[in-house]
Structures are given as C-alpha cells and as structure tokens.
Design a protein. Structure first.
Lengths: 374, 107
C-alpha cells in the first residue's frame, strides 16, 4: 500500500518567550522530532509561518545543519503548519522525497503585545475588523439563532483549559468555572478574554515519509486543503462553516472513514465559538448541535469523542505557523498511546483541522483536514 | 446633501453584488457594471471591539449589514452596545477614504 506516515514529532514549549530566539524554538522541536523518528537527515523541509520574518526557515534550519536541500516556506494564515504538512505529503506521494521535515514556527511576541493587528491592505482589516471580532460575529449570530448558549460557549473554555492541565507544553492550563469565563474581560461581544486564544511563541515539527512497517509510525490516511468560497450576502452559515464542512467531507472520503469512527479531534478553537461551529462542520452534530456536544461531555476527555485533549489553541496557545504541526504532534502521541494523563483510551483514528482566516470576502484563507491513524 | 450610497459593482448576467471594484464577476466570471447600493439594509450580525487595534480607539461597534438588494458589508455602528441582529439600519457615511457607518433606520 502506498501512502505517507508520520515517523516522529516534537515541539518546543508553548509560551510567551521573547527571550528565546526563533532558532532556539526550532532546535527544541526539530531535534525532538528527529530523535523520535530515529533519523538524522532529511531530503527537504516544508516550513509554515505567518509573520516570518523573511528567510526564517533557512535562518533557523542552517543552525541545525539542515542545508543543501529544498526548503519551501508556506504562509496560509493559521493553517500554515498543516498546509506545510499537506504539501510535504503530496511531494512524498509524488515520489520526490523519502524523508521530509515539516516545521511550523512563530514568535508572535516579536510582533504584537495583544491581538494580532488587522491587515490594513484588506478592506475589512482596514475598517478595524480584528480576528476576535470576526469570530464574535459568528458567536453573536449563533446566540441570536438560539444555536448555542453563553454557558455552552464558556464550557468550551472550561473544558480545554482543564485538558491543558495534563499538557506540560501548554501555555495556560487551569480550573475555570463558567462564571469566571463569562465574567472575564470582554474582548469583542460576546467573546470574553478566556474565550480567546493567547498569542504565543513556539515551534513544532514532524518527520514524514513513505509508509513503512514500523510500529510507531502513524499513517496520514487523508489530507485535504482548499481556500474558502465567496462568503457574502448569499451565505446562510457563519464564516468558515461551509469551508470546513466541505474539506472535511473530502478528507473523510479519502480516508474511507466517517466522523463517528474518529476517536479524537484536534481542531481550531482559536475562540470558543470556533470549536462549536467546527464540531458541527466536522459532522459530530447537526448545525446548532455543537453546544450540546460540550455540555453533555461528549467532547471532553473521558467522553465519547474528545476534542482538543491537548488544551487546543485556547490553552496551548496559538503561535500561528506552529499550531497545525502541534495539532499533528498531539494526534500522533494520542494514537501511539504516549499522551500520559490526557490519553484518550484506545485511540485509533484522529482528525486534525486547522482554519486560517483574515481575508475578507471569502469563507476562509484556507482549511486543512487530515485523518491520521487506523 | 446627497444620501450616502455605496459604490460597487453588479454582474450583468447573474446579478451578483459586490461593494468593491471588480474586473469581472467573482461569482460567475461575466462582465460587471458599476452600481450603487443602499441606503438601507438589515443587520446580519454585530459586535463591539473592546481591545486596542492600531489607529482605533476602543470600544467601537461593527456590524455585517446586508444592504437591500445589495452586498453584505462591514460597517461601523454608533454607541457602546452591539446593534440588534435583524434590525434595520441606514448608511450615514459610505466609505471612500473613511469607514462605512450605519445607524438605526427611521421607523
């Protein structure tokens, strides 16, 4: 059977750590991934990053002696890391490389102190549309429709911060109550501070190559990527729903599995509403049923289909380019049974979903859905 | 003073409306013609931004507004609370170098 597998993964700690250089973050992630994969050289590197700076891939890789190979840098907003994985897999399937490094890297504290600045060359960005307000529009719409309650939104934050307590790499674990989440500072109505992911500095790496007969390898059964369709006055769904639904549908078809067969999900909870909408788009519930998934415990550790056992973006932190590869690392650890106190019992199939946004007029810059394991 | 309207384009074939210049219809590829939209529409969703954004003084209100027979636009709103979803609003400033602003439409 032809295919591609993850041989090894690694990440730095996720934190606001401006005192560490981008190279140092990469050292942690890449050296761990190489050791985990038991390889000492790669044929190519695909590097996902958003705020760079220019040349960051070669600048950090040469300090590890990763030179004289093709290096491709990819920017696809929050989906940059998983887009790098998607393209690395495609190159391996095409027979171009045997062993490829996928690296996601970002140092957001070098660029921002608070929320990521809206992009002034974008019409909505120029008009002051920050990412929290984009997601707030979806949350307000869901609340208006009665598709979610404020308490259910808060429960996503409570759950993911609790999950992160068992993840020593995560930025902010914690025992929070619904009241604390709803009572934290308002960022963009109705989203409060504890419903928004923090900026973060980190790197995450994966070594991928052709399927082979190695027990610890984790097959990538499917990976799908596309940009959003026009999102405009014709749209009935909130921003991003249809893109994730369609990309997920293609990924499930490629993998030959349905959402009910998936044991865990690492998905794009940049804001609490993001997890609600995405669980619906991934087929765990009908549209409007995502709130019940979290209030029933279905998506909590110990529930039937845990979502974001790592703590997700809300708690691990969201260093844009590193996020997707960190999601892959979590699923790899889970499928190998190496996730410690946050292990999903008997996990066999895991799904990664990453959603990038910021360009107005479309349903997302890009979404990646990958199915691993099985 | 003339009523503010929003300059954009409409597809000559499928009728798709967009609030910005386009070289062809992004929905079907056919030719577009200049069009003006507004002045009234319905709020699709709304929020108030309460964090620092470069060049902005929080809090400021934002709304997605579906202009009647026109595009969905992002507009600034007045006051310190999100404007109600489903409410009727009217353009009070139509952009250009500044923001698009709406306020509650008169009964």
């Amino acid at each position: 059977m032809s295919g591609v597998a993850v041989y090894g993964v690694g990440t730095s700690r996720f934190a606001k750590q401006p005192e560490r250089s981008l190279a140092e973050l990469a050292w942690d992630a890449v050296l761990e991934a190489l050791a985990d994969a038991a390889v000492d050289r790669v044929d190519a590197a695909y590097v996902g990053t958003v705020f760079g700076p220019p040349g960051v891939a070669q600048r950090v890789l040469h300090t590890l002696g990763i030179v004289d190979v093709p290096v491709v840098t990819i920017e696809n907003a929050c989906a940059s890391g998983t887009t790098a994985l998607h393209e690395a897999r495609a190159a391996i399937l095409a027979g171009r490389y045997e062993t490829v490094l996928v690296l996601g890297i970002e140092q957001l504290t070098a660029a921002f102190t608070g929320a990521i600045h809206p992009e002034p060359t974008d019409p909505e960005g120029r008009s002051g549309m920050a990412l929290p307000s984009l997601y707030a529009m979806s949350a307000a719409r869901y609340l208006h429709a009665g598709w979610v309650t404020p308490e259910q939104l808060a429960l996503v934050s409570v759950k993911n911060h609790r999950h992160a307590l068992a993840n020593e790499r995560a930025q902010y674990g914690g025992h929070h109550t619904v009241a604390e989440v709803l009572g934290s500072r308002m960022i963009a109505d109705p989203l409060t501070l504890l419903q928004c992911c923090p900026i973060s500095d980190a790197a995450a790496a994966a070594i991928v190559g052709p399927l082979r007969d190695e027990r610890r390898d984790v097959p990538i059964r499917a990976s799908q990527l596309r940009s959003g369709a026009l999102w405009d006055q014709r749209a009935e769904h909130v921003w991003g729903f249809e893109l994730v639904r369609d990309v997920a549908g293609a990924a499930y078809a490629e993998a030959g599995v349905g959402p009910a067969e998936v044991d865990l999900f690492e998905l794009h909870d940049a804001f609490t509403i993001g997890e609600i909408v995405t669980t619906e788009a991934l087929g765990l519930a009908e549209a409007g049923g995502g709130g019940e998934l979290v209030s029933s415990g279905h998506t909590a550790l110990g529930g039937k289909q845990p979502v974001n056992p790592s703590g997700g973006l809300l708690s691990r932190g969201h260093p844009l380019g590193a996020t997707g590869v960190a999601q892959v690392a979590e699923v790899v650890w889970q499928l190998r049974g190496e996730a410690g106190d946050r292990q999903v019992d008997g996990a066999r199939i895991g799904v990664v979903e990453t959603m990038g946004g910021g360009v107005s007029g479309i349903d997302g810059n890009g979404a990646v859905v990958a199915v691993l394991g099985g | 003073m003339p009523e503010p309207l929003l300059d954009g384009a409409r597809c000559t074939v499928c009728g798709y409306a967009v609030a910005f210049p386009r070289p062809r219809c992004p929905a079907c590829g056919a030719a577009v013609a200049p069009a003006r939209f507004g002045p009234e529409g319905t709020v699709w969703s709304a929020t108030v931004v309460r964090v620092a954004v470069p060049g902005r003084t929080p809090p400021y209100g934002l709304a997605y507004v579906d202009l009647d027979d026109g595009p969905r636009i992002l507009a600034h709103t007045e006051g310190d609370a999100p404007v109600p979803i489903g409410s009727r609003v009217r353009l009070v400033a139509s952009g250009g170098d500044g923001d698009v602003v709406v306020s509650a439409a008169p009964g």
